[in-house]
Design a protein around this ligand. Structure first.
Ligand SMILES: [Fe+2]
Length: 279
């Protein structure tokens, strides 16, 4: 089977075929082609790749520095994503992944958001557990010319609290205090990337538009999120064991469709640090 990259939907996604794990780490020209495709398509799908965790780490190292923080997994650089509390002490927090977001919108020390993320399926859910991806470049392109002009100067405050309130609508005072301990960040609504491309920076973390009436701000953010995640701008991946997906976290929002606590679903995640500030 020859190496090929085939578009999945018009707005986002491509499937990569004809390549095995070895080619992903050994072949420079293939790595360069994959890197270009990631930039243009946002999400790349490798069905049935059966990547070993060590190979996944080696593949990701080709793209930049990796996050080696504690991942509840024996292989450094791998983070185990699961809602099974016997496998990860972070299982409870996975409910936060059910809402559309970009990783790294509320950094601790102003770090740029992660460049890309890889997930490999080790076990899948009996129900739910798909991962959806929406192109924030396509979301910007879908705006009218008037809107592009109107939104050019808007700035949005992002907070952990905004995203957590979607998960815990009736928080305890202790929960709220914990959320507020994390610094908030103000980002432009329209991210002008180094490449010159523009994307609409939306996320569950988007709390309010700075200087706008609270209700008006919420209504606009909700409307933009609805439009950005319309069916034709989204790729939805239904996982089979052995699938690997990589996405450009700077131009794509993602979410998991809900799956139950204790589900066998297990994804191995690697995160490539970003080097491009939101501006
Ligand atoms: Fe995420």
């Amino acid at each position: 089977m020859t190496f090929a990259i085939t578009q999945t939907t018009k707005a986002i996604g491509a499937e990569v075929t004809g390549i095995g794990p070895d080619g992903l780490i050994d072949d420079d020209s293939i790595v360069a082609t994959i890197s270009d495709a990631l930039e243009s398509r946002g999400v790349l799908i490798f069905r049935g790749l059966d990547l070993e965790p060590e190979t996944q780490v080696a593949f990701c190292q080709r793209f930049g520095g990796l996050d080696y923080s504690e991942g509840h997994h024996p292989v450094p650089g791998i983070y185990r994503v699961t809602r099974d509390a016997t496998k990860s002490s972070a299982a409870e927090y996975m409910k936060g992944t059910f809402h559309w977001h970009i990783d790294g919108c509320t950094p601790l020390h102003g770090e740029p958001p992660q460049k890309a993320t890889v997930l490999s399926a080790r076990a899948v859910a009996d129900s739910g557990g798909d991962t959806e991806f929406a192109s924030t470049y396509a979301a910007y392109e879908a705006l009218t010319e008037d809107e592009k002009e109107q939104f050019a100067s808007l700035r949005v405050l992002h907070s952990l609290e905004a995203s957590q309130r979607l998960v815990y609508p009736d928080p305890t005072p202790e929960q709220v205090k914990g959320w507020r301990a994390r610094p908030t960040s103000v980002h432009p609504l329209v991210w002008t990337h180094r490449s010159g491309r523009k994307s609409l920076l939306l996320s569950a973390h988007a709390d309010h538009i700075v200087g706008m009436d609270a209700n008006e701000s919420r209504a606009l953010l909700d409307e933009l999120m609805d439009r950005a995640t319309k069916h034709d701008l989204v790729y939805r991946h239904q996982w089979s064991v052995g699938d690997t997906v990589i996405w450009d976290n700077t131009g794509v929002m993602h979410r998991a469709s809900p799956y139950p606590a204790g589900s066998p679903r297990e994804m191995l995640r690697t995160t490539i640090f970003g080097n491009e500030p939101i501006q």
